[in-house]
Write a protein that binds this ligand. Structure first.
Ligand code: HEC
Length: 120
């Protein structure tokens, strides 16, 4: 009985995980906006610290980890969003700017970045 409950709970989690990936059907417009922010020195400027395997993202810095295989590593987009919104929640000493908390990026801009990170 208990085993069954655990099995179903796990199946449920797996389905939630799968749906958060399949539902994440981002528009080309959002992906392009996200990319522009990623590269923009006055806005996101993620390129200053993060390498990303996109031919247009030249000369990245390496103070942050490379942003590879984001869909596989962050299947839950709310976790990815939380990291961009305020990196200091996960790491109080983070040098990554808290883009949401400090209003560096709008909510829509953070969404566009997520689209880019998932779909580049
Ligand atoms: C000043 C450097 C810096 C900038 C700019 C920066 N980050 Fe980060 N980022 C980091 C560091 C350092 C980490 C490692 C975790 C930590 O210390 O918070 C990190 C971690 C992350 C992670 C988690 C990666 C993983 O593998 O766990 C994501 C996702 C991320 N950053 C996305 C972004 C995005 C998107 C932007 C642009 C909007 C950005 N970062 C801008 C420094 C930076």
């Amino acid at each position: 009985m208990r085993k069954n409950i655990i099995k179903h709970a796990l199946l449920g989690l797996a389905l939630i995980g799968a749906s958060s990936v399949t539902l994440a059907d981002y528009s080309a417009d959002d992906i392009a906006k996200g990319k522009a922010l990623y590269l923009n020195k006055k806005k996101g400027n993620c390129i200053a610290c993060h390498m990303i395997p996109d031919a247009d993202a030249k000369l990245p810095g390496n103070q942050g980890p490379p942003l590879l295989a984001m869909k596989a590593r962050f299947p839950d987009s709310t976790k990815l969003r939380a990291q961009i919104w305020d990196a200091t929640v996960r790491n109080p000493l983070s040098i990554m700017p808290p883009f949401g908390r400090h209003w560096i990026l709008s909510e829509a801009e953070i969404d566009a970045l997520i689209a880019y990170l998932y779909e580049y």
